[in-house]
Design a binder for this molecule. Structure first.
Ligand SMILES: Nc1ncnc2c1ncn2[C@@H]1O[C@H](COP(=O)(O)OP(=O)(O)O)[C@@H](O)[C@H]1O
Ligand SMILES: [Mg+2]
Length: 267
């Protein structure tokens, strides 16, 4: 099967001020696949997706996006001014009015027809995320990027949201790049998982990865493994061969930690 590459990062590093946030990251996103980036707070997940979509410059290396690539992006944070009344319908029509057919199409895809005349600030967490998802789908994206889109949702809310994302992927055939630390939830919905900590520590297909000793050392063997993610030392064995084959696990080595182990979430 020939895989169509939509975005490719070739040995990129990203510096913010004097800090090297990402170093020697190579990555390719292919048509139709769901890739999840996991990693501790401050490990550069948001930086990586923002660099990939062109919202942040890289310091070295290069990023190749296929020409005219349509990207739908759900950022990690979206602040809605509580004093400003804004209906869901109005939210969709900002910054410019969209046509009714396009609106009807996306709201039916994520089943939020009943929410159109609600106020944005009155939505539950799950409803709010669905609205953001629908909005990101407006331009009929080839790549959907979700940065911790289920933050604040409970486990079943998250699972439901990811099922929705998977359904959208199946329908649109778009690639999905998501950031999450809910490992146990995203594993089932992902074709490939990338573990990031300033660089790519390991990656592979979830079922293959999760049965590997390398993975279990990183994340543990059960759902509590999601917590182990925050504790693991990333000082595992090295294998520099990374040809992004879906059928095997890749452990990317490193000799030092680019970032201190605990960093504030987002800035
Ligand atoms: N605008 C910025 N200026 C300087 N440092 C930044 C900036 N944005 C993020 N960083 C730093 O980059 C690192 C990675 O941040 P981020 O990509 O948001 O991590 P994650 O999404 O994995 O939590 C953090 O140490 C953060 O403090
Ligand atoms: Mg982030």
């Amino acid at each position: 099967m020939t895989r169509i590459t939509l975005i490719e990062a070739c040995n990129i590093s990203v510096r913010r001020g004097s800090v090297t946030v990402l170093e020697s990251v190579s990555f390719a996103l292919h048509k139709g696949e769901i890739v999840t980036i996991v990693g501790p707070n401050g490990s550069g997940k948001s930086t990586m997706v923002r660099a990939l979509i062109g919202a942040l410059p890289v310091s070295t290396g290069k990023i190749i996006r296929s020409p005219g690539l349509r990207i739908g992006y759900v950022p990690q944070r979206l602040h809605i001014e509580r004093t400003l009344p804004m209906s869901v319908r109005r939210f969709f029509n900002l910054p410019r009015r969209i046509d009714d057919t396009a609106l009807a199409d996306v709201i039916s895809k994520v089943h939020i027809e009943h929410l159109l005349d609600r106020q944005m600030i009155d939505l539950s967490g799950g409803q709010f995320q669905r609205v953001l998802l629908a909005r990101a789908l407006l331009g009929n994206p080839q790549v959907l990027v979700l940065d911790e889109a289920t933050q604040g949702l409970d486990q079943s809310g998250s699972a439901e949201f990811y099922q929705q994302v998977e359904a959208v992927r199946n329908e649109l055939g778009c690639a999905v790049l998501m950031v999450s630390h809910e490992l146990h939830v995203v594993m089932s919905a992902s074709d490939r998982v990338i573990c990031l900590n300033g660089h790519i520590c390991c990656e592979g297909a979830p079922d293959v990865v999760s049965s590997q000793p390398e993975y279990q050392a990183l994340f543990g063997t059960d759902t509590k493994g999601a917590l182990a993610l925050y504790r693991h030392e990333h000082d595992h064995s090295h294998d520099h061969d990374h040809d992004h084959d879906h059928g095997s696990v890749h452990v990317h080595g490193h000799t030092r930690s680019v970032l201190p182990p605990t960093q504030e979430r987002d800035s």
